[in-house]
Design a protein around this ligand. Structure first.
Ligand code: GDP
Length: 333
């Protein structure tokens, strides 16, 4: 995939914005490529584009989906997305895949995933951008989400592999976070990280079909029991545990129905608006942090002292606190 938009021959931000709002898919793809670019001139263009589209954002259901590799995320998103499209919706899928940092490519993009959905005219699927940091990938995903909303998508799914910190990053950019779990019980249940379960607004046990129906039923009961021990994040919502089969489609419409119930429960109370407002505020601070760190590490006087100071800290000649002060004093000039 072409990750650097041509510097010349691009339409002006305003006409690109207009084309995105009109639902032009190529313009949308070009806009996303622009926000993914790390080139300073592209960044300025991307900010202009986002500024003109901002009044037209916010209209989508923002849904995060996570689960360990093999649990059936792509199979589920395919079935779920097609169901929502069948109800008249327009569905976009973005991926946050931290592994793409290491490989330069994307695990989520490797195999042919969501084949039918990806061919559908009312769907738009974008693999994870390769980024240097999770923060960088998260920023670009948030911005892509805004472009998709301006383009009229009413469901934006942000998918992440269930490993490490990407769940938190995704939970911090969506209205609700769906955790897809395997139909396992007992020991395997213990293995699910508690912190990730705590992020979930909705839990779905997948693969409830064939020989696995009984195991899935058992898992649903165990997760429900386990959730009783957790303090609810909102007094207006108790995290439901559903089961489905992404392959047969059984239970998939019920998941979409539950998303609707979540919105009906937390929309009127202002919970979703507050969550979005808090996310926007936190995002601003993460932009500030990223920019400060970038300016700090690029500063020539800091650079000149950095290797030596790090060596002093590693050798125990300087405390980390003193070392930081020394560098920060240099940075402030
Ligand atoms: P991902 O890595 O989480 O995206 O998982 P995939 O969607 O690629 O699915 C992993 C494997 O589980 C594939 O072989 C799927 O066919 C299988 N699978 C996915 N959903 C179901 C399901 O509902 N029932 C059964 N029996 N298998 C499923």
């Amino acid at each position: 995939m072409d990750s650097t938009p041509p510097a010349h021959g691009n339409p002006a931000p305003d006409s690109l914005a207009a084309a995105i709002r009109a639902g032009d898919r190529r313009a949308l793809a070009r806009g996303i490529t622009l926000v993914e670019s790390t080139r300073p001139d592209h960044r300025a263009e991307a900010e202009g584009l986002l500024a003109s589209l901002l009044p037209h954002t916010g209209g989508a259901v923002r849904l995060g989906i996570s689960g360990v590799p093999g649990v059936g995320k792509s199979t589920f998103i395919e079935a779920f997305g097609l169901h929502v499209i069948g109800q008249g919706g327009k569905v976009a899928v973005l991926a946050v895949d931290p592994s793409s940092q290491r490989t330069g490519g994307s695990i989520l993009g490797d195999k042919t995933r969501m084949e039918e959905l990806s061919r559908h005219g009312r769907a738009f699927i974008r693999p994870s951008p390769a980024g240097t940091t999770l923060g960088g990938v998260a920023r670009r995903t948030r911005e892509a989400m805004l472009l998709l909303e301006a383009a009229g998508f009413d469901l934006v799914i942000v998918e992440t592999v269930g490993v490490g910190q990407s769940e938190t990053a995704v939970a911090d950019m969506v209205d609700l976070f769906l955790l897809l779990l395997p139909p396992a019980g007992g020991d395997e249940l213990q293995g699910i990280k508690k912190g990730i379960v705590e992020l979930a607004d909705l839990i779905v046990v997948n693969k409830a079909d064939g020989d696995l129906v009984a195991a899935a039923r058992h898992a649903v009961a165990e997760y429900r029991h386990a959730l009783h021990m957790l303090r609810p994040a909102s007094p207006h919502w108790r995290v439901p545990v559903l089961s489905c089969s992404a392959i047969t489609g059984t239970g998939v419409p019920e998941v979409w129905e539950m998303v609707g119930r979540y919105r009906a429960a937390l929309g009127p109370t202002g919970d979703i608006d507050r969550r979005r407002a808090e996310q926007a505020r936190a995002w601003m601070w993460s932009e500030i942090r990223e920019n400060l760190i970038a300016a700090f590490t690029a500063d020539p006087s800091v650079k000149a002292l950095l290797a030596e100071t790090e060596a002093d800290v590693a050798a125990g000649r300087l405390t980390p606190g003193m070392a930081a002060q020394r560098l920060l004093t240099r940075f402030r000039g």
